[in-house]
Write a protein that binds this ligand. Structure first.
Ligand code: SF4
Ligand code: SF4
Ligand code: SF4
Length: 198
């Protein structure tokens, strides 16, 4: 197990992260792919906790880290062929809770309007299912991909798209947060309330 210190550990974490499917599904028990990669690099998590990566990712991490490849930990879930979320638009009440949960911005819609999923941007992570108050989201076989477990090349192809979408979303959320903070500071300023720099 990798237990390098400092920059060495950061570089191992980056290389582990580069092997992961980037669905951000949290099934590994961590808050996304990068936190899992960091835990693996610290020697605090085993390499067999990523169901979307399955056997191909376990083997890649085994080669990268020089540790034995072991079976996927069943406590994390099981490998599945690619799946995609589908919203029953007749049932959708337009609450937008699914949009807030989706790490790849694969759901489009506006409050009080029906929502729909962009299949190419959906990783099948399932994170939109629990927040839906009317239970109108299902997971179906992916319409454009083979109904079989993906190999390493297929995982890597999709990972690069999911990474780009996730990074774009993270940047957008940060911009929104900064805008809200600036607007709040301006309102407090107008009201004559002294604010402290962060
Ligand atoms: S894709 Fe794998 S590493 Fe990334 S969050 Fe899901 S289980 Fe964890
Ligand atoms: S639509 Fe749902 S299943 Fe698809 S990526 Fe977004 S949160 Fe995950
Ligand atoms: S969480 Fe469910 S009801 Fe709300 S917008 Fe999404 S699909 Fe529609």
């Amino acid at each position: 197990m990798a237990t390098a210190e400092g920059p060495g550990r950061a570089s191992i974490a980056a290389r582990v992260d580069a092997q992961l499917p980037q669905t951000q599904c949290t099934r590994c028990g961590f808050d996304g792919c990068r936190p899992y990669a960091e835990a693996v690099a610290r020697g605090e998590a085993s390499i067999n906790r990523c169901p979307p990566g399955g056997r191909p990712v376990i083997e890649a991490l085994s080669r990268l880290l020089g540790v034995r490849a072991v079976a996927l930990d069943p406590d994390c879930g099981e490998e599945t062929p690619p799946r995609v979320a589908m919203i029953d638009e007749a049932e959708c009440i337009g609450c937008a809770k699914c949009i807030d949960a989706c790490p790849t911005d694969a759901i489009v819609g506006a409050r009080k309007w029906m929502h729909t999923v962009i299949a190419a941007d959906c990783s099948g992570c399932e994170l939109c299912l629990p927040p839906c108050p009317v239970d109108c989201i299902s997971l179906l076989p992916h319409p454009a991909l083979p109904d079989e477990l993906p190999d390493a090349a297929a995982i890597a192809r999709r990972a690069s798209r999911f990474r780009a979408l996730y990074e774009a979303r993270t940047a957008r959320l940060e911009r929104d947060r900064q805008r809200r903070r600036a607007a709040l500071a301006a309102r407090l300023d107008e009201a004559g309330v002294r604010t402290q720099a962060p």
